[in-house]
Design a protein around this ligand. Structure first.
Ligand code: NAD
Length: 456
């Protein structure tokens, strides 16, 4: 632990020597990161299975596969992102040229949670490298197998003078947060987000906070209910509900409610069989604390399907609840587990009001084929991101910035948004010395005053 200040001092030496600035270094590190994943994919899938009981397919889909496609996207665009971007120069500053020049921030800290412990280190790391920074990575101590694997692989593949992994829990995070970084990229809970922001304030360090919350899913009666049930069940029960953008709860139009719930039940059986506990494709809850917390929430409604639990393996069945009181605990905390409350509404305005009475969510999902309903819901609600007739997969569109708003976070990542997050946009004006308009210099006069009004 006491080496933390030394680690940061060494990274600062590397950054100050401008080692991480050239395109060649950035591309080289991204290629090494790609090699790290492709050459060690079996170990990565095994670590994730040991942490979360998750199937290898699911890990490839949402962790290694997404990180590899982000690397491909960044490699294709990095050169053009690094170029200064020209902007118009007004008459008052002619003859001259103006451009926005991205520059690295310096030494950055990336703090990750346990639910997608590989992806949530990998994605911001790609951003930090692409923008030419040095980085300290602190994986979650709760996903211990992945943390240990990252601590072994990263120094073996990436430049150890620029990228370091520091393992540990709250004590380690606290010591890291006491240091001066040039940016802190935090993914995790809102409560710890406040701790991070408070610590960052003492160094005037900017932060990106990727938080969570309750992402609503509105299912209107004009959509294809079978597709809606299938996609919602997939997004909710992926990683046993431990996904920041999982549909936390569903608001379904009352005429469609019974059919939608039947569709969810049928989908769960199709996905995981009659006994999901025996399915190799269904994950487990990360630890006993979360198992106890999520198990208790099952009592907050009538069980339409699921409800079974097994503490010895931290199994909670894919569970759908109806008849839920909006004041119940299940509707007042991020569920972060495989329990899906389904609440019905009459007019779409009721669903919009329901969402707007709660903190701004990370994602909002709407299933509807009416343009008017889509416009109304998107135009009258606020959320970090949104999908129409889909859930979760907006994360896999590299051109879309990913981040929260209000209580669900601040700042954004993925693709260009990550590059921008880890860069300072330096404004540069270059003037010619060929002639020097005397208008702005004293002594002033009525004529100069009239001229300035004309050109401004
Ligand atoms: P967490 O906030 O408990 O932990 C996140 C990180 O902070 C870990 O590395 C942990 O070691 C560290 N930490 C924990 N307590 C700390 C403290 N007191 N001081 C300093 N550091 C501390 O989050 P979690 O339980 O690991 O993850 C779940 C949360 O993360 C959920 O709310 C989920 O929605 C959110 N999340 C958000 C995203 C996103 O991209 N927006 C992605 C995944 C998870």
């Amino acid at each position: 632990m006491t080496q933390i200040p030394d680690i940061i001092a060494k990274l600062r030496v590397t950054h100050d020597a401008r080692r991480t600035r050239p395109l060649a270094w950035r591309r080289g590190q991204l290629l090494r990161l790609r090699a790290m994943i492709t050459e060690n994919e079996t170990d990565i899938l095994e670590a994730l299975h040991a942490d979360l009981g998750r199937s290898g397919f699911e890990t490839q889909l949402v962790e290694t596969g997404t990180v590899l496609s982000e690397i491909r996207h960044v490699l294709a665009h990095l050169k053009s992102w690094m170029r200064p971007q020209r902007v118009a120069t007004p008459l008052t500053n002619q003859p001259g040229r103006s451009a926005v020049m991205p520059e690295p921030l310096g030494v950055v800290l990336i703090l990750a949670p346990w639910n997608y412990p590989f992806y949530l280190i990998g994605m911001p790391l790609i951003g930090a490298i692409s923008a030419g920074n040095c980085a300290v990575l602190k994986p979650s101590e709760i996903s211990a197998h992945t943390s240990k694997l990252l601590a072994r692989l990263i120094p073996a593949y990436l430049d150890p003078d620029a990228i370091r992994v520091v393992e540990g829990g709250v004590e380690t995070s606290t010591e890291l947060l006491a240091q001066h970084f040039d940016h802190i990229f935090f993914t995790g809970s809102a409560n710890v987000g406040k701790v991070v922001m408070t610590a960052a304030a003492s160094h005037l360090t900017p932060v990106t906070l990727e938080l969570g919350g309750k992402s609503p899913c509105i299912v209107h009666d004009d959509c294809d209910l079978e597709i809606a049930a299938r996609r919602v069940a997939w997004g909710k029960f992926l990683n046993a509900g431990q996904t920041c953008v999982a549909p936390d709860y569903v608001l379904v139009q009352e005429k469609a409610a019974a059919r939608f719930v039947e569709g969810l039940k049928a989908t769960v059986t199709r996905f995981f069989g009659d006994d999901p506990q025996a399915s190799p494709d269904y994950a487990r809850i990360i630890n006993d604390k979360h198992f106890d917390r999520v198990s208790k929430l099952i009592g907050d409604g009538q069980i339409a399907c699921g409800g079974e639990t097994d503490a010895s393996t931290r199994y909670i069945a894919p569970t759908v609840l109806t008849g839920v009181d909006p004041a119940a605990p299940v509707m007042n905390q991020e569920i972060f587990g495989p329990v899906l409350p389904v609440i019905s509404y009459g007019a779409i305005e009721e669903a919009i009001d329901f969402v707007n009475r709660r903190p701004k969510p990370l994602a909002l999902y709407l299933f509807s084929n009416s343009q008017q309903i889509r416009d109304q819901v998107l135009g009258q609600t606020s959320s970090g991101g949104a999908c129409i007739n889909e859930v979760v997969t907006h994360l896999a569109v590299p051109g879309l910035p990913f981040g929260g708003v209000g209580a669900s976070g601040m700042g954004a990542c993925h693709g260009r948004a990550s590059f921008d997050t880890f860069s300072h946009a330096k404004a540069v004006l270059t003037k010619s010395e060929r002639f020097d308009v005397p208008l702005r210099y004293p002594p002033f006069s009525a004529l100069k005053s009239r001229l300035i009004r004309l050109v401004s």
